[in-house]
Structures are given as structure tokens and as C-alpha cells.
Write a protein that binds this ligand. Structure first.
Ligand SMILES: Cc1cc2nc3c(=O)[nH]c(=O)nc-3n(C[C@H](O)[C@H](O)[C@H](O)COP(=O)(O)O)c2cc1C
Length: 189
């Protein structure tokens, strides 16, 4: 298997991080790799909020965690059971105490902003992996999107809205590459 494919197939979500900071120039490099993603009409509707303030991350986590616990109460699909157990564990932060979080935001007026920004985010996670940095997309932040007080802390520029938050850090765990479900493919020849 060639190196790029190997990189794609060995990326895992990382949920245990060392406290070491990621240098700003490395963060910039990861974001730059994100911006090489395709985007509809080459509009590149993305922008980024780089958060290194652990107190702020803790505050958002404290707000989101009980809401997530309540939302996950009756979920049993996928890794729900495992995730519910994690959420309720002692000292759990929805951001896994990572030293960095990047919120990818997109131009609200851009029709394909969610797709464009998600492609950008995946590029960033793969670039991070190539640099020995772990990442995990944290969808749990979404439960705070309708709380103006929490959202003010993200300082999202006018005309943009959040697409996703991803935590990054040097991994303190090494999950094995895993098998994915076989792809459902319809061939039309
Ligand atoms: C949209 C989205 C939201 C996610 N939200 C969370 C989350 O809130 N917390 C978390 O620990 N992992 C989250 N994940 C990571 C997934 O759980 C993970 O990608 C999945 O279990 C597959 O594992 P892998 O990334 O190691 O291949 C999210 C992933 C995506 C794409």
C-alpha cells in the first residue's frame, strides 16, 4: 500500500492527549492543508477559530456534557453505549483535555459550506496524522450552538457560522487501525 493510502487507513480518532502544546506554525500548516480541499465553485468558504484557552474549553464542555448525557440516554446504535459510558466518567471533558481545538466555520451565504468545510476538516485531520498529531471531531459542541453566551466566546466573525470543532494534540494512546464496514457499492457499467 502506498504511503498516502496508508495514512488514510491508519488515522483514528484520538481521545487521550499529552499536554504538550502544538507550535503555532504547525497549526498553521495543518490549516493550510485544510484549505487545499476541493470546494464548490472554488469558493473556499471556510475560516478557522483556533482555541488554546483550556479554561474556555472546560467551560464549553461543562455546558455541553449534561445536555449530551440526556440526549444520549436512549441511544444504542454505533458506539453509543461506549460513548455514554465515557460521557459519565469522572473528570470527562467532551474535548478530552486536548491542548488545541479548531472550530471550522463557513460563510453562512455559501450553499455548500457544510460540505466544503467538512472536506477541509478531513484534510486537516489527515495532515495532523501525517505530522504525528492526533485529532477527533467533536460533534458534541453543537448542543451549544443555540446558546448566545457560550457562542460569544468563540468570536465567530459576522457572516460565518460553525460547521465543526476538532481537537488536536500529541497522542497519548495508539488505537489500532480498524476494519470498517464493507462499502455498499452499486456498480453501473
Ligand atoms: C460529525 C462527527 C461528530 C463526532 N463527534 C464526536 C464526539 O462528540 N465525541 C467523540 O469522542 N467523537 C466524535 N466523533 C468521532 C467518531 O466517534 C469517530 O470518527 C468514529 O467512532 C470512527 O472512529 P475513527 O475516527 O477512529 O475511524 C465524531 C465524528 C464525526 C464525523
Amino acid at each position: 500500500m502506498g504511503e498516502p493510502l496508508d495514512l488514510i487507513m491508519t488515522r483514528r480518532s484520538i481521545r487521550k492527549f499529552k499536554s504538550d502544546k502544538i507550535p503555532d506554525e504547525v497549526i498553521t500548516q495543518i490549516i493550510k492543508a485544510g484549505t487545499y480541499a476541493p470546494s464548490a465553485l472554488a469558493l473556499q468558504p471556510w475560516a478557522f477559530i483556533v482555541i488554546q484557552n483550556m479554561d474556555f474549553m472546560q467551560k464549553v464542555s461543562d455546558y455541553c456534557k449534561p445536555i449530551m448525557i440526556s440526549l444520549m440516554k436512549d441511544a444504542h446504535d454505533g458506539m453509543s453505549d461506549e460513548f455514554r459510558e465515557l460521557l459519565s466518567s469522572e473528570g470527562y471533558s467532551i474535548y478530552y483535555h486536548a491542548p488545541l481545538m479548531v472550530m471550522v466555520i463557513g460563510k453562512s451565504s455559501s450553499r455548500f459550506r457544510e460540505i466544503d468545510c467538512s472536506l477541509c476538516a478531513e484534510n486537516m485531520m489527515l495532515a495532523a496524522h501525517a505530522l504525528g498529531i492526533g485529532s477527533c471531531w467533536i460533534g458534541s459542541t453543537e448542543v451549544a450552538y443555540d446558546n448566545p453566551e457560550i457562542m460569544a466566546g468563540f468570536r465567530i466573525p459576522e457572516g460565518y457560522s460553525p460547521v465543526g470543532t476538532i481537537v488536536f494534540g500529541y497522542p497519548d494512546e495508539k488505537p489500532d487501525a480498524h476494519d470498517k464496514k464493507p462499502a455498499l457499492i452499486t456498480w453501473i457499467k
